[in-house]
Design a protein around this ligand. Structure first.
Ligand code: ADP
Ligand code: MG
Length: 546
């Protein structure tokens, strides 16, 4: 590997900073590395037609990231895809998870009811699509030890930023060729190792494969893909990049954006009318009154949190989608598989007194890999997955739950932990010293709906973030996401019946080291890409404290 310059990323002179701001903000607008502006920047009154966009916050340099950690994440992704397909296939396991979370979490309880209702009449579609993203931070147990990745969370619904991530890698590659070479302390082109990132193409390929696997239209209508989105979505261009890639020739696929709140107005299930009824989901839009489409794939970029379920009719809409013959990304079962409770159950070792075998053995079994014609070695796969786990505890009355309660309520120990509810989308966690007070403020009977997770503390890295036209320089924390796509038959068990399993590019999100949350859309983090480094650099940068 070529050696990265010492003290990378470099400190910039003020004129270098000015130039990079100009170059990056224009490149971002020209290539759609953008979001709708936050209301704090442009009020709704100032932009009533919603015509404005703005560059997404981004680092001026790709952050140094250990190559061995990057490889570790990529290599383990297919095992993760298979693991979560297998969990989704294991209704009995998920039923226990929902029970453990308890009724205090109404959202999860309602979601489960949707599944039970559809199960009663029988599912009309057995194929399930996962566009996953497994998120990690770098962990180094001692300065001498090799860094490794530890999982922050596994996303099974609305795994976002694939579109913008590809663009960010492209931006940094552009800068490496055209700008970094001109700096006062120039970085020559060969000095940076910038990995290929096909996130948009990889995710789109997953949707396309599901579209094909759906089979021919059963009704007289052409097939389409629906992106189920939120009203007023600011991260719309990230989604658009993915849409354009799904629609790209030669096999042009019609894609429509449908706000979650309008499901019932614009879709119905086929029944009679000359259409053979198998609960095919039909989509028609008042904007295109002459056209009706049979929906092959529903890709959800909404519906992951209570905010989209404002009343009972929103739950009816989810039930309507779930019972349809469209391939869901994700199904309700796959969404529940992505809860933090599942992650905790996978990571918490069995109590010493228990004779139960490790839980991963329930999902990962020896089987032929259709793609490589090789037999998986179960023990190796399980060990590779386990290496990415960090300590996570339940807060129930089990022995490990009791241990966790003591930690969570202790003013000193709680500082190394984060408390998480069963929510997605950022802004829901309780950090460090806020944990004891928060727990005491809610009934003890509700504690089981939370998990307690050890904080991962990656070695310090420096960078400069361009946010809303201004530069922020200082210590940053990077979070690597690896995308994966998987299509499987829900009637099988233990990850059998997988028809597609691919690793699909990466995301690097970076935040200032004073911020707890890292969500780009939530306004805390920024987009980044990886400049891969060997072991030496991780150590050196760990010694910088400015
Ligand atoms: P969400 O579903 O809301 O994205 P996450 O589990 O990803 O929830 O947590 C949100 C953010 O909080 C992460 O992106 C990360 O910045 C931070 N975070 C969560 N868990 C940890 C952890 N164990 N160690 C360090 N940071 C964490
Ligand atoms: Mg997250």
């Amino acid at each position: 590997m070529p050696s990265i310059p010492a003290n990378y990323p470099p400190d910039l002179t003020s004129s270098e900073g000015e130039r990079l701001v100009e170059v990056v903000k224009d490149w971002a607008s020209a290539h759609g590395l953008s979001v709708r502006p936050p209301p704090t920047v442009v009020s709704a009154e100032a932009d009533p037609a919603g015509i404005l966009s703005t560059a997404v916050p981004v680092t001026l340099f790709p952050s140094p990231f250990p190559q061995i950690c990057f490889d570790q994440g990529r290599v383990v992704q297919k095992a993760y895809n298979e693991l979560y397909a297998a969990i989704s296939q294991d209704e009995e396991f998920l039923a226990q998870i929902v029970k453990d979370i308890g009724d205090s979490d109404e959202f999860i309880a309602e979601l489960w009811k949707v599944h039970l209702k559809v199960k009663e009449e029988g599912y009309a579609q057995h194929l399930s699509l996962g566009l996953f993203r497994s998120d990690y931070m770098v962990h180094q147990s001692t300065p001498e030890a090799d860094p490794q990745i530890k999982q922050v969370e596994f996303n099974t619904i609305a795994s976002s930023f694939g579109g913008l991530s590809y663009q960010t890698s492209a931006l940094h590659k552009y800068l490496a060729v055209n700008e970094y070479t001109l700096l006062e302390k120039p970085i020559t082109q060969g000095q940076l190792t910038l990995p290929t990132n096909l996130s948009t193409r990889g995710l789109a390929a997953g949707i396309r494969q599901a579209f094909l696997a759906y089979g021919p239209s059963v009704t007289s209508h052409p097939k389409c893909v629906i992106f189920l989105v939120q009203d007023g979505e600011r991260n719309v261009f990230d989604q658009r990049h993915l849409e354009y890639e799904v629609q790209a020739p030669p096999a042009t696929i019609p894609v429509f954006r449908l706000p979650y709140s309008q499901i019932m107005q614009h879709t119905r299930l086929a029944e009679g009318e000359g259409e053979r009824s198998g609960r095919q989901l039909l989509y028609s839009s008042p904007q295109l009154p002459k056209h009706t489409f049979e929906v092959a794939v529903v890709y959800m970029r909404s519906g992951y949190g209570p905010g989209d379920y404002t009343d009972a009719s929103a739950w009816d809409a989810r039930y309507h989608i779930e019972r349809s013959a469209a391939i869901k990304c994700p199904s309700v079962l796959t969404q529940v598989a992505g809860t933090k409770k599942v992650q905790q159950v996978l990571a918490t070792p069995p109590d010493a007194s228990s004779s139960e075998p490790p839980i991963l053995g329930r999902f990962i079994s020896s089987k032929d890999d259709r793609n490589t014609q090789r037999i998986h070695h179960t023990d190796d796969t399980i060990a590779a997955l386990q290496r990415t786990f960090t300590n996570i505890y339940p807060l129930d009355s089990s022995p490990s739950g009791q241990k966790a309660r003591a930690i969570a309520l202790d003013e000193e120990q709680c500082r190394s932990y984060v408390l998480k509810p069963q929510r997605e989308g950022g802004g829901n966690n309780i950090y460090r010293s806020a944990i004891p007070g928060f727990l005491k403020s809610i009934p003890e009977a509700h504690w089981g709906a939370y998990i307690l997770m050890e904080l991962i503390t990656p070695p310090p890295v420096h960078n400069t973030i361009l946010r809303l036209g201004r530069l922020e320089q200082g210590g940053v924390i990077c979070e690597l996401g690896i995308y994966g796509t998987c299509l499987w038959d829900q009637r099988e068990k233990q990850g059998r019946g997988i028809v597609m399993n691919e690793q699909a590019g990466y995301l690097l999100r970076t935040k200032g080291d004073k911020s707890e949350e890292g969500g780009v859309a939530a306004g805390f983090g920024c987009m980044d890409s990886c400049a891969l480094v060997g072991r030496g650099h991780a150590k050196n940068s760990g010694e910088r404290h400015d």
